[in-house]
Design a protein around this ligand. Structure first.
Ligand code: S3P
Length: 445
């Protein structure tokens, strides 16, 4: 991969009204569910990023006719639960953990063999978290010795099917929950996934939207249990993908931390399992108003109206961690500008994302002169000072590190250069265009 660098000029005021691309989680699922539904599914607002395109291509390689994407429009001719064809080659999931883990659930229930591979980062991510429950369901699935990709899945054969399980997730993970539920479509009896804390529930909402009943119940304080019965059928539908709150987060953060800023980010997905970023920023003192609240295809959306506000450090409530799991790189950058100390705990999962986001962000923040100390499950940041140094930042090919450290430029005294930014295309191909449009000065070199 070529070394694309971002050169970020310090300072700037964020102004304007923008729309960011479609939600990555919903885009992946629109292809997966559309492909295994009966009938033709149409999608608008599809994210044309490398991750969701990897999912789209994988289903084409399994014989599904898919048109587009063209300006976010995709048409999927569904083949039904059992209509996928054996692909000729290993399916390449690129950088996408979501694609690999969710597809493992669908592919474990097919009667053909196949292999899932990924790029260097994905090839170092843990897959035991999905192979454990899939094996309990009767799937035959191999990983590398240390539980990492590639995943080699042996088909169930024409007659057999998986068996339903009640699975207790060892960690709060929507990818694991979704993998189990998707395999459950192919299982005898009921399959349930019990999670220790609520995680994004797009799979449950979308399956229900495709006419496949999934029940969700809250057990106790935090636990959530989602269940479905195998052997049903999904019915094609239209999906309008809202803008990705995880992409909007960089702009919401940018306007919050730079004096004189005022920005509206339109049509942002406001699923209650995704809004941790807004709640955490508000606890820190951010001026954020949600306007024009409405619903599209079972998902709440709103325009996010943000103005600059002076922030204070907080201890981030652990109950919000899973609801903001992808936003911590940029939240660390925000914390570096806030007066006083910000402490994050209970976020061990950040260590197994596209990079080790605790270590990589601590290194990046320290490199620009921020007082940031990594801990096992989070970070301690003493914020409130302008960052003094001009230096090279390593993003470790992690899209969210590249974008978060771009936002750090707003509080920097001098230019920042960020290494290895090509992977911004996995989730947000128009990031540079939009960040320059709202008032930063960032060059790709
Ligand atoms: C995702 C779930 C999250 C998130 C990822 C997308 C999904 O991962 O980090 O970017 O679409 O289900 P975990 O569920 O593993 O925390």
């Amino acid at each position: 991969m070529s070394n694309v660098k971002f050169k970020v000029q310090p300072g700037g005021t964020i102004k304007g009204r923008i729309r960011v691309p479609g939600d990555k989680s919903i885009s992946h699922r629109s292809i997966m569910l559309g492909a295994i539904a009966k009938g033709t599914t149409t999608v608008t607002g599809f994210l044309e990023g490398d991750d969701s395109l990897a999912t789209l291509k994988a289903f084409q390689e399994m014989g599904v006719e898919i048109e587009g994407p063209e300006q976010g429009n995709v048409t999927i001719k569904g083949v039904g639960l059992k209509g996928l064809k054996k692909p000729n080659n290993p399916l390449d999931m690129g950088n996408s953990g979501t694609a690999m883990r969710l597809m493992a659930g669908i592919l474990a229930g097919q009667d053909f063999d196949c292999e899932l591979i990924g790029d260097a980062s994905l090839s170092k991510r843990p897959m035991k978290r999905v192979t454990d429950p899939l094996r309990l369901m009767g799937a035959q699935i191999e990983t590398s010795e240390d539980g990492m990709p590639p995943l080699k899945i042996t088909g169930t054969g024409e007659q057999a099917s998986l068996k339903g399980i009640d699975y207790v997730l060892p960690m709060a993970s929507a990818q694991v929950k979704s993998c189990v539920l998707l395999a459950g479509l192919y299982a005898e009896g009921t399959t349930s996934a019990l999670e220790p804390a609520p995680t994004r529930d797009h799979t449950e909402r979308m399956l229900n939207g495709f006419g496949y009943p999934v029940t969700s119940e809250k057990l106790g304080d935090q636990q959530m249990k989602a269940s479905l019965k195998g052997g049903g059928e999904l019915t094609a539908r239209h999906i309008d993908v809202p803008s990705d709150i995880s992409s909007a987060a960089f702009f919401i953060a940018a306007a919050t931390v730079s004096k004189g800023s005022e920005l509206v980010v339109e049509h942002v997905g406001m699923n209650p399992t995704r809004v941790g970023i807004i709640e955490i920023l508000k606890l820190m003192g951010a001026d954020i108003k949600l306007e024009n609240f409405h619903e599209v295809g079972g998902e709440p959306v709103a325009d996010v109206h943000v103005k600059y506000a002076p922030l204070k450090g907080i201890h981030i409530p652990e109950a919000l961690v899973a609801l903001a799991i992808d936003e911590f790189p940029v939240l660390f950058v925000v914390a570096a500008t806030a007066e006083g100390q910000t402490v994050l705990t209970g976020a061990e999962e950040l260590r197994v994302k596209e990079s080790d986001r605790i270590q990589v962000m601590a290194d990046a923040l320290q490199a620009v002169g921020v007082d940031a100390t990594p801990t096992e499950g989070g970070m301690v940041i003493n914020g409130g000072k302008q960052t003094p140094q001009t230096t090279g930042i390593q993003s470790h090919h992690d899209h969210r590190i590249s974008m978060a450290m771009t936002i750090a430029g707003l509080n920097a005294a001098s230019e920042i250069i960020i290494d290895d930014c090509a992977n911004v295309n996995t989730s947000f191909p128009t990031f540079i265009e939009l960040i320059n449009q709202v008032g930063m000065q960032v060059d790709v070199i």
